[in-house]
Design a protein around this ligand. Sequence first.
Ligand SMILES: Cc1cc2nc3c(=O)[nH]c(=O)nc-3n(C[C@H](O)[C@H](O)[C@H](O)COP(=O)(O)OP(=O)(O)OC[C@H]3O[C@@H](n4cnc5c(N)ncnc54)[C@H](O)[C@@H]3O)c2cc1C
Length: 395
Amino acid sequence: MAVDFKVIVIGRGMMGAAAARHLSAMIEGVALIGPREPAERKSHHGVFASHYDEARITRTFDDNVIWATLAARSLDRYAEIEARSGIPFFTEAGCLFAGPAPQPGQGFLGRALDVAATLDIDVEMLDPSTLRERFPQFSLNESFQGYFEKRRAGHVNPRALVQAQVALAETGGVSVIDETVTSVRDAGAHVEVSVSDRVYTAERVLVAAGGFTNFNGLIPSPADISVAARTVVFYELAERELELFGEMPSSVVFGDRDEDHVYILPPVRYPDGKTYLKLGGDTEAHRFDRLEDAGAWFRSDGNPAEREQLVALASNLMPALSGCPVTAAPCVATFTRTALPYVGYTDSPRIALLTGGNFVAAKSSDELGRLGAVVMTQGWLGEEDFGRELTPVLR
Ligand SMILES: Cc1cc2nc3c(=O)[nH]c(=O)nc-3n(C[C@H](O)[C@H](O)[C@H](O)COP(=O)(O)OP(=O)(O)OC[C@H]3O[C@@H](n4cnc5c(N)ncnc54)[C@H](O)[C@@H]3O)c2cc1C
C-alpha cells in the first residue's frame, strides 16, 4: 500500500521539531504533526508543551556524562541553526553553580566536577570570597563555592529554538501539519495516525509528545514516565533591578536541604514587553496520569505553596527583588525510570519514542532530535549514541 509519508513525527515541541529538521536532511517524505502554542492558555482544552517560555538554562556542566554530551553536541550546532534560520535563540550569559563544597565524586557538584574533568569542560572554580565578589547580585552562604561556565553556557529561548527548527524542517521539505493526534495504530505494514478529520499513513512514526506521550493512544503500551507538576515564579523588574541583575548568568544554587535548591534565569524580555527574572525549584505538588488533570494544571497559576516557597528562597538569595510584582506559572517535567531520555522503539517495530526530558532537555533537544532521526532511518542507535542507555522502558 502506498503511504502518505515515510516518517511522521508527532509533537511540534523541542525534540520533535529537532527530529523533523534532522530527518529533512536524511530522507524525503517526512511530516511533523502537532499543534502550535495555544493563543489562550487558560481556555485551551487540548494538549500543552513544556517549552512555552522565553528562557531555559543551557550548560554542559552536569553530573551525568550522557546528559553533558547531549548538551555539548547540541551547543556545537546552535550557531549554525541560528545562521541558517535567521532566528536567534542563544544568549551566552554563562552559567553559575553555587553550593556547599562537595565531597569528591559525591552529590551533584562532586559528580559534575568528575564529568567536567572527563569531558574537558571549561569550568572556573571560585572560592567563597571570590564567588561573593564576582556575583554581588546574590546573598550567598559564606561557605559556598562557585563553579562558573563562562562560554558555551547561558540560556536558550525555547520558543525561538522550536520556531527555528520548524522553519528549517519546512525549508528541507517537511510537511508541517497543525493538528493534534487522537490515535496511532500499527496496521501491520504501516502505521495509521488519526487527527480530527482524517487519517495519515506512514511507514514509521516517532512519538515526541513530551508530557503528553502516554495520552491519546499515541503508543501501543505506556512509557514508564512520570509527569510531574512544576511551578515557576516570575519577578517583573524595573530599571533599578535591571541594573542590579542585568549582567547575571543563568544560575543554580544548592542549599543544605533538597528543597533549598533553586535555579534562576537572568532578566529576559517577554512577549508582553516586560522584563522578568524567573526562578524555579525541584519540589512538586502532583504527578499526572490523566490528560484531563494535566490539562487542568496547565490552565492553572501553579501551586500556591510552591510559589510561596520560591518567593521565600528568592528573598533570602536576592533581597533586592523584594517589592517587585510576582506571578507564577505551571509547567510539567517528564521523568523517566532511567533518568535519561527514551529514544528507541516501542513494542511496535514501526512506532518509536523520543521523550523524557527529565527537566533538563531543552538545551540538548537538538541532539535528541538527531538521535530520533537516526532511529527512524537506521533503526537503532549505536554505542557512540548511547543506544543501550537510552532504550525506552515501557510499563
Ligand atoms: C518549568 C520548567 C523549566 C525548565 N527549565 C529547563 C532549563 O532551564 N534547561 C533545560 O535544558 N530544560 C529545562 N526544562 C525542560 C525542557 O523544557 C523539556 O525537557 C523540553 O521542553 C522537552 O521537550 P519535548 O519535545 O520532550 O516536550 P515539549 O517541548 O513539551 O513538546 C511536546 C510537544 O508534543 C505536542 N503534543 C503532545 N501531545 C500531542 C498529540 N496528541 N498530537 C500532536 N502533538 C502533541 C505538544 O503540543 C508539544 O508541542 C524545563 C522544563 C520546565 C517544565
